[in-house]
Design a protein around this ligand. Structure first.
Ligand code: DGT
Ligand code: CA
Ligand code: CA
Ligand code: ZN
Length: 576
């Protein structure tokens, strides 16, 4: 539930907007705006205050206090209702657009008939705003960006969804004769966990032909913005796509620019300026003379720094590290030797163990752990007997095609930190993942103790999806991050970087902190079907964004070393 102060503040600021949009007294507009801010910041909940208590809130006079009382006790404010009825819904919706004040919303509505956010986007696409009094290309661009950011906050795409859409578009454009190169840039190339829009970059001598081809792709529903070298499209699935076409000779500089992040770009540009050069999407230049433009590597080299992998480009220290040669040796997808968290149709997976093993062999894996759910997740109907039968079948299959199968399970960490089965039974598994699947709201201290107890269990090797978050639907569970990370480092228990695109858990920032505290990682697919093994790349991307070094990822290790880790033998030697 939002706090009553926030609800009241929203109502007051809506009132201010509507008074402004209907040409009301600017002094009243300002007093409602001030009151809204003051209420939002007021430490006492307004629904506990009487009229005199409301009166005491700074910037709230008796008149506004009465309106607040009406809102709190009767659920509405008469004047607000009246104004809402007067102002068309389309115009009111424009008030939600950041960067567009009530006066300018009214102007656009009156003069262009723009009555919704899609109308507004279309008007911007056709450059119709710049003809109005007080508008120009710059203010148009600023508004377009504000809308873009605003929409991004609500409807960001999951990394997996965006990657699939982008790869299809890249494939479609790449097969066109006019296109010399095409790739995706932006946050998708940086592998952020969610994506605002897809940014495509193409190199061609004839941009016009590329635009035609783009407009003609089956998955492009609409191309509301079409210039000679740039377009903004919407796919049939509602995904926003920007396309830029550049001459082949500036490919690297353009790719660098459109990959971003913006913060990384700005920092690079500052560096260039300090050296008396200029960096733009057309290249690194000195007095108009091009120093580097064809490849990203050349641009970085000319700036006197190491090549920065896209996943690090967030201005979180990577530029300093690239300048002094201390970038980490990041984990790479090619270095992954196996998967340590997979499910079969014995529990909730879709594929049999044989099918999962075949898919793992096709990926070139040397090992794969089968970690079906354990009995306490009762809907999965696992039993001791089933686990033993599976183990026997797995041993018989192991080694075929160079793939060693490890027998594991995904245990359920109970609220008190205990696990499925008894310790003796647990000690006979090759690998154990332990995850929180229940009691997500335990409270911070109890949650911390719960996870640390599982970490310290001598048979537990990996904590699965440690925060339990689900992007866009379930928040992370609350525990003392540093305490858990320290415990994991001490106990020789790895933390998972779960590769499922709606989990990505640990996420980049937590993984980075965990590594600082000495934690080792397992990057796992948590596959419930053969094709889920391919999600590994999202986990690797997330690990890279967390600066995770290859040496700290246990499933890049050869099997013999991994087995020593799984036996927790090194723990004794570490503390010795
Ligand atoms: P998103 O789409 O919200 O997930 O994030 P990005 O990073 O893909 O951002 P987007 O699509 O607005 O722009 C793509 C890239 O273009 C961005 O990463 C860097 C570059 N870029 C965009 N606007 C600016 C800017 O104002 N200054 C600089 N230096 N670069 C920019
Ligand atoms: Ca983007
Ligand atoms: Ca974009
Ligand atoms: Zn699982």
């Amino acid at each position: 539930m939002p706090r009553s102060n926030d609800l009241v503040a929203n109502a007051l600021s809506e009132l201010a907007d509507l008074i402004a949009i209907t040409g009301g007294d600017p002094f009243r507009v300002r007093s409602y705006e001030k009151a809204a801010r003051s209420v939002a910041a007021y430490p006492i909940d307004v629904d506990t205050l009487g009229e005199s208590g409301l009166d005491a809130i700074p910037a709230v006079g008796s008149h506004i206090a009465a309106k607040i009382a009406s809102f709190v006790h009767r659920g509405h404010i008469d004047e607000l209702d009246e104004l809402r009825a007067q102002v068309p819904a389309g115009l009111r919706s424009l008030l939600d657009v950041p960067g567009l004040g009530p006066r300018r919303a009214r102007q656009i509505y009156d003069e262009l008939g723009v009555a919704s956010v899609p109308d507004l986007l279309s008007a911007l696409g056709h450059e119709r705003l710049r003809g109005l009094r007080g508008w120009g290309p710059t203010s148009e661009a600023r508004l377009a960006q504000a809308i873009h950011d605003f929409q991004g906050a609500g409807g960001r795409l999951q990394l997996g969804v965006a990657t699939e859409v982008a790869e299809e578009l890249v494939g479609g454009l790449g097969s066109q004769g006019a296109v010399q190169r095409v790739t995706y840039a932006g946050s998708l190339r940086r592998m952020r966990e969610t994506i605002g829009d897809i940014d495509l970059l193409a190199a061609a001598d004839d941009a016009e032909q590329v635009m035609d081809a783009f407009a003609g792709l089956a998955s492009i529903a609409d191309l509301p913005v079409r210039g000679p070298t740039r377009g903004a499209a919407v796919t049939t699935t509602g995904v926003h796509v920007d396309l830029r076409v550049v001459p082949p000779e500036v490919w690297g500089a353009a790719l660098l620019y459109f990959t971003g992040s913006k913060a990384h770009n700005i920092h690079l540009r500052r560096l260039a300026q300090r050296a008396g050069t200029k960096l733009s999407e057309y290249g690194l230049t000195r007095n108009g003379h091009v120093l580097a433009a064809a490849t990203e590597a050349e641009v970085y080299a000319q700036l006197g720094m190491a090549y920065v992998p896209p996943t690090l480009r967030e201005d979180r220290g990577e530029i300093e590290a690239a300048l002094d040669g201390s970038l980490p040796h990041l984990v790479e997808l090619d270095a992954i030797r196996g998967d340590l968290h997979t499910h079969t149709d014995l529990t909730d997976g879709l594929a049999s163990m044989e099918e999962m093993a075949a898919a793992a062999r096709a990926r070139g894996y040397r090992y794969m752990a089968v970690t079906d759910h354990a009995p306490l997740l009762s809907m999965q109907r696992m039993t001791t007997e089933k686990a033993l039968v599976q183990r026997a079948a797995l041993r018989a299959l192991s080694g075929r095609g160079g793939l060693t199968l490890l027998h594991g399970s995904e245990l359920n960490i109970q609220p008190d930190g205990t696990l499925d089965w008894d310790d003796d039974f647990l000690s006979h598994f090759d690998v154990l993942v332990a995850s929180v699947h229940s009691a997500f709201r335990l409270g911070r201290d109890a949650m911390t103790a719960r996870i640390i107890r599982a970490i310290e269990h001598p048979a537990v090797n990996i904590i699965g999806h440690p925060t339990g978050r689900s992007l866009g639907s379930r928040p992370p569970i609350d525990f003392d991050r540093d305490a858990v990370f320290r415990a994991a480092a001490r106990a020789g228990t790895a933390l998972e970087i779960n590769s499922f695109p709606d989990r990505l858990d640990l996420g980049d920032e937590l993984a980075r902190r965990a590594q600082e505290l000495g934690v080792l990682f397992a990057i796992s697919s948590d596959a419930h079907a053969t094709r889920h093994l391919d999600n590994m790349r999202y986990g690797v991307g997330t690990a890279q964004r967390g600066w995770v070094r290859q040496e700290n990822v246990v499933n890049t290790w050869p099997l013999a070393r991994l087995r020593r880790f799984l036996a927790k033998e090194h723990v004794a030697s570490r503390s010795a």
